[in-house]
Ligand binder design. Structure first.
Ligand SMILES: Cc1ncc(COP(=O)(O)O)c(C=O)c1O
Length: 390
């Protein structure tokens, strides 16, 4: 029987990383020593103190049952304590925090909880592809907000037409930003909150990289620091990058209680929450936010950043030092589109970078390097970059 793929899948943009992925596999199969800056997944293991807690929790039979779907009370209490200490924001752990099976899960389900079919979802581009896909799955209409270098990779809020704003149900913002590495100043969040109140929409601040910063005196903000944000915003935080826990699937959302209740209702019909043992390991992780093992994760990315960025600038890629995230966003050498640039890097230097076009048309002059590569390998990239004629 022929299978008719539903329209909502057919309208998703093509997966543009596939071409580079295919070339990477071919290079590896041909015996090339590939240096892979493509993978946005921490290369180091989860710190041992978290694994040790998991090892205990997994034997506790209480954790073998269906988990509490919005998170065990202690998970929410500890997340609230983290939020208070880090951002100075007081949250009600009962109503203003829910556990997520990774922030991707929360982002994927959120539009079903917030967007009526035909209403607009404002999507940053370049951006994490889930915002667009989830808006479409909910029957929403994505409207792209370009992030340009001139505007500090922040969307130009004044450029969004009033009739679009009036049809908007949800706006996604993501800082520290994947893929550009940009960090949002607090006054940007203030302007978002003001706009959302004026036009009556909800903001989702996707913030999995707030703890991947490089300067203790320049720590990223939370939108929840803005007075009145609780009336219009939720924010998603993840343990994935902060603690090298991408595979564990645990995160949490904070903010507007009715939006969280609506998200919990969607989730209640789709999943049954985060595995209890993982929630207990996550509690230990969050309680350990100030431990040296966590600072060491940041130190390693900073060391790699400081090795890679000057090298890229020397060999034709205009690149700013990112203040947060483990991404380096580089302008392709003059005259190159991102796909052509990434192909040349791979073919002539066996270096993998992600072409910007994969994150949206607005990013076709850029490639993304992830700092998930050991510093010795970054050093080895130097002579290869030097050998390319652009
Ligand atoms: C901007 C952004 N949001 C969300 C996620 C998903 O993270 P999680 O592991 O919490 O699902 C990622 C992962 O790469 C990301 O880059």
């Amino acid at each position: 029987m022929p299978f008719d793929r539903p329209e909502r899948l057919a309208v998703l943009p093509p997966y543009l990383f596939i071409d580079i992925d295919r070339k990477k596999r071919a290079a590896i199969a041909a015996g090339k020593d590939v240096i892979d800056f493509g993978v946005g997944d921490p290369d180091r293991p989860t710190p041992k103190f978290i694994i040790d807690r998991m090892a205990q929790a997994i034997y506790d039979a209480k954790n073998h049952k269906y988990p509490f779907d919005t998170g065990v009370p202690e998970f929410r209490l500890v997340a609230a304590a983290f939020f208070k200490k880090r951002f100075g924001v007081t949250l009600d752990p009962q109503k203003e925090i829910i556990a997520l099976i990774g922030s991707k899960e929360g982002l994927g389900h959120l539009p079903l909880a917030v967007i009526n079919p035909g209403k607009v979802g404002l999507i940053p581009t370049p951006g994490y592809p889930v915002y667009n896909a989830a808006t479409i799955f909910a029957g929403g209409v994505p409207y792209e907000m370009p992030l340009s270098e001139q505007n500090g990779f922040l969307p130009d809020l004044a450029a969004i037409p009033a009739d679009v704003l009036d049809r908007t149900a949800l706006m996604f913002v993501n800082y520290p930003n994947n893929p550009t590495g940009a960090v949002a100043p607090l006054d940007f969040y203030e302007r978002c909150v003001h706009l959302a109140k004026k036009h009556d929409f909800i903001i989702c601040s996707d913030a999995p990289y707030t703890e991947t910063y490089f300067d203790e005196n320049d720590r990223p903000h939370s939108i929840m620091e803005v007075p009145g944000a609780m009336d219009v915003a939720i924010e998603m935080h993840s343990l994935s990058k902060t603690f090298n826990m991408t595979g564990w699937r645990v995160a949490f959302a904070v903010g507007h209680p009715e939006v969280l209740a609506s998200l919990a209702k969607v989730k209640g019909n789709m999943d049954s929450g985060v595995f209890g043992a993982i929630q207990h390991a996550a509690i230990t992780a969050m309680e350990g936010i100030d431990r040296p093992e966590v600072a060491e994760i940041r130190r390693i990315y900073k060391e790699r950043r400081d090795a890679l960025v000057p090298m890229l600038n020397k060999y034709g890629f205009a690149t700013e030092l990112p203040r947060a995230t483990f991404f380096v966003w580089s302008k392709c050498p003059e005259g190159y589109g991102s796909m052509e640039c990434a192909s040349k890097l791979l073919e002539e230097a066996a270096i993998v970078a992600i072409p910007g076009i994969g994150f949206g048309k607005a990013a076709d002059k850029y490639v993304r390097f992830a700092l998930t590569v050991e510093k010795e390998r970054i050093a080895a990239a130097q002579s290869r970059l030097a050998g390319i004629k652009w």
